[in-house]
Structures are given as structure tokens and as C-alpha cells.
Design a binder for this molecule. Structure first.
Ligand SMILES: CSCCC(=O)C(=O)COP(=O)(O)O
Ligand SMILES: [Mg+2]
Length: 236
């Protein structure tokens, strides 16, 4: 096993509770959708997202209807993810949203970063949404810890080619990168591309363990398995 020089992490189910994404973030965007489109639909950024949505919509379906359907299906479609990121921005900036992180995550990320391990994110949530979640997290602004942010623009999370592209983008050999996720199909794709993998099996999220990959209950457990530093003990 090559030593780990970089960690690539998923968000939902890995750094953050599935319930935060499904019960807080998604309903926030759903409630705000119509008003946001009415207020911002003419801006170049939102107009480009709507054009992309129309291109991917079913025949006869308009962009708002397609966006609502994708929300209902939890579809990982790039225009929906881009729009959700823009809607969440308002909530993060005015304090209605704060990014949930499991308590073990921030201390471990800080320890790994101090040790020179590169930290990167790969989520179906848009790059903007990733930066907002880590920038306005319950543990403060963690965005400076991360070097790279990747979303579905690089490809789907269940496709090996996406992980190869990320490794090329980071100028690293795939075997130096440790990918963390709760989802077996994502870990399978990463392993096919040659990345090291570890499944986060978080009891509170009801993750189904997958014995094709090494498993940890939290980030210190990942550190133990892969020889990464442990967080500093909390001050008494
Ligand atoms: C960037 S936080 C929102 C996450 C999100 O929109 C989502 O669909 C979950 O994707 P993940 O790849 O982090 O499981
Ligand atoms: Mg996940």
C-alpha cells in the first residue's frame, strides 16, 4: 500500500450527516426555488443553469418542472446542484444555515493538514456549495484546509474515469490518494481507478457496510487504518 499523501473526501454521509443534507439543505432549496427563480432568473449565472436544465429536461417539461422533479428524485444533476448552491448561499451568509460536521471531522482534518496531507473534496454538491458548507461550518471556517474541490462537472461519482481525472488534476498518482465515502458504488469506482479507499460507516446515518473496502466509524479510525496523524487531545 503506497503511503497516503492526499485525502479526497465525500460530504454527505462522510463528513456530514445525511439528515442535515436531506432534512435541512434540500428542503431549504425546495422552499426557496420559485422565489429565487423569480428574483434571479434573468441573471447570466441563473439563466445559464436554466438553459442547461432545459437541455436535460424530458420532452415537454420546462426547466422549473425539471428542477422540481430532480429535487423529488434526489437526482445528482449538475444544473440542480449548481442552483441549490446559489440558493444555499443566501442561507449561509445570513446565518440561517450552518454546515454540519461530525465532531471527529474538523480535529482530524486539521491534524492531517498540519502533517502536510493534501485535503480535497469530491461531492455531488456543487463546488460553491462545498465551499459554503466548509466555510460556514459548525467548526468554523475550514475552507483554507482544502486544496481542491470537485463536483459532477468532473464526472459522476460512480464512474472510475472521474477519479482518474481528479488524480490527474491533482498531479498525483491514484495510489497516493485515499478516497473516503459512505457509498459502496463510489468506493468501487475509486478503487477501479487505483485510489485507496475507506468506507465511513456512521451508525447515526445507518450506513450499510461493504466488505469490499476497509471500514472506519470515524476519521480517527481512518487515521489508524492508514497511518495518518491523530488529532491533538482536547485541552482539559
Ligand atoms: C455540498 S453539500 C450538499 C451535498 C449534496 O448536494 C448532495 O447531493 C450530496 O452529495 P455527496 O456526493 O456529498 O454525497
Ligand atoms: Mg456520501
Amino acid at each position: 500500500m503506497a503511503p497516503v499523501s492526499a485525502v479526497l473526501t465525500d460530504i454527505e454521509g462522510t463528513t456530514s450527516a445525511i439528515a442535515f443534507v436531506k432534512d435541512t439543505l434540500f428542503p431549504f432549496a425546495r422552499r426557496a426555488l420559485e422565489g429565487f427563480l423569480a428574483d434571479h432568473g434573468d441573471t447570466p449565472e441563473v439563466a445559464a443553469i436554466l438553459a442547461d436544465a432545459r437541455r436535460l429536461a424530458e420532452p415537454g417539461e420546462d426547466a422549473p418542472a425539471a428542477l422540481r422533479r430532480w429535487m423529488d428524485e434526489d437526482a445528482k444533476v449538475t444544473p440542480l446542484k449548481a442552483l441549490q448552491g446559489l440558493i444555499w448561499r443566501q442561507g449561509y451568509l445570513d446565518g440561517r444555515l450552518r454546515g454540519h460536521l461530525w465532531p471527529d471531522v474538523a480535529p482530524s482534518l486539521r491534524a492531517w493538514s498540519r502533517a502536510g496531507i493534501g485535503l480535497h473534496v469530491y461531492s455531488s454538491g456543487s463546488v460553491d456549495a462545498q465551499k459554503l458548507l466548509f466555510g460556514h461550518s459548525e467548526a468554523g471556517d475550514l475552507s483554507p484546509l482544502f486544496g481542491g474541490f470537485f463536483d459532477t462537472r468532473v464526472g459522476g461519482k460512480r464512474e472510475a474515469a472521474s477519479y482518474s481525472a481528479i488524480a490527474r488534476g491533482l498531479h498525483l498518482s491514484p495510489s497516493e490518494i485515499l478516497f473516503l465515502s459512505d457509498v459502496a458504488e463510489e468506493l468501487d469506482a475509486a478503487a477501479t481507478a487505483g485510489l485507496a479507499t475507506c468506507q465511513l460507516v456512521r451508525g447515526a446515518d445507518g450506513t450499510r457496510p461493504c466488505d469490499r473496502h476497509r471500514q472506519a466509524a470515524d476519521f480517527p479510525g481512518v487515521a489508524t487504518l492508514f497511518g495518518l496523524p491523530q488529532p491533538r487531545p482536547a485541552a482539559a
